[in-house]
Design a binder for this molecule. Structure first.
Ligand code: ZN
Length: 262
């Protein structure tokens, strides 16, 4: 396992993406066999509510040169809904001409020679820097290591939203006392679409204000809205204030919240 960052930046670096699935993307930069093998690189992937994120630690695997297509088909089993396999005919042509390039240090759209084979979700991932990935402590799906940590457990966005913003989350029915600000959940972001599943609304988002003013505004919003449970979340850019939907509405689905009374 060679961390890609240790490789020198090579202007002629190229990657041919072989295929991918929900957790991995495979590419090769050299189709000239060595000891009848070619090298494929496995890049970890995480699917998150804000898009696909590439992982930092690539794994190098040797694949029998005469079975690269078979290996790709087997590795990216079509029963995985996110699995895809690139054009193997093109791969065959490249192998015949002995295509080879330097291994890129980072995957970007510029270095990928077959971007046409990739979905927009995967292409978008190339625009962002890679992150450290890990497995969610609850569902084992690949997630970004430091985005959602709760009680020292690293979770995917889905399990974090369900756990921390669910019924047993640290909800309050009164403004926060000063000492409590240290204890509020800290998440990279709050994903709006995931709040519907736990019947929660984001009622206030604060970005870029200093803490003292932000705390004051959050507490004013809580104090001015008695009878509802609130939960303040520290995010990468500031704070988000969540409010539980009244329970009688959860049975009727997601209709407009009756009477945004003012
Ligand atoms: Zn999970």
């Amino acid at each position: 396992m060679t961390p890609p960052t240790e490789l020198p930046v090579k202007p002629d670096a190229r990657a041919y993406v072989l295929g991918g699935n929900a957790s991995t993307l495979a590419f090769t930069s050299n189709l000239v066999p060595e000891n009848r093998q070619v090298t494929a690189w496995l890049v970890p992937l995480a699917w998150t509510p804000i898009g696909v994120v590439l992982g930092e630690n690539w794994q190098r695997v040797g694949v029998a040169a005469d079975n690269l297509a078979g290996w790709t088909d087997q590795t990216f089993d079509p029963s995985d809904e996110r699995s895809f396999v690139s054009s193997l005919r093109e791969l065959d042509l490249l192998a015949r001409i002995g295509w080879s390039a330097a291994v890129p240090s980072v995957l970007t759209e510029e270095v990928v020679v077959n971007a046409d084979d990739l979905s927009d979700d995967v292409l978008d991932a190339f625009a962002h820097p890679p992150e450290q990935l890990t497995q969610c402590a609850i569902c084992r799906r690949t997630c970004v290591r430091d985005h959602f940590v709760w009680n020292e457990r690293r979770l995917c966005a889905w399990d974090y939203h369900a756990t921390v913003f669910g019924k047993r989350g640290p909800w309050r029915d009164a403004p926060y006392e000063e000492r409590l600000w240290e204890t509020i959940p800290h998440a990279a972001y709050v994903a709006g679409p995931l709040l519907d599943d736990v019947a929660v609304d984001a009622v206030l988002a604060i970005d870029g204000l200093d803490d003292e003013l932000a705390h004051k505004l959050l507490n004013e919003a809580i104090a001015g809205d008695p009878g509802n449970a609130h939960l303040a979340v520290r995010t990468a850019g500031g704070y988000t204030l969540l409010r539980e939907r009244p329970t009688e509405q959860t049975t009727t689905g997601d209709g407009p919240s009756a009477g945004e009374t003012r």
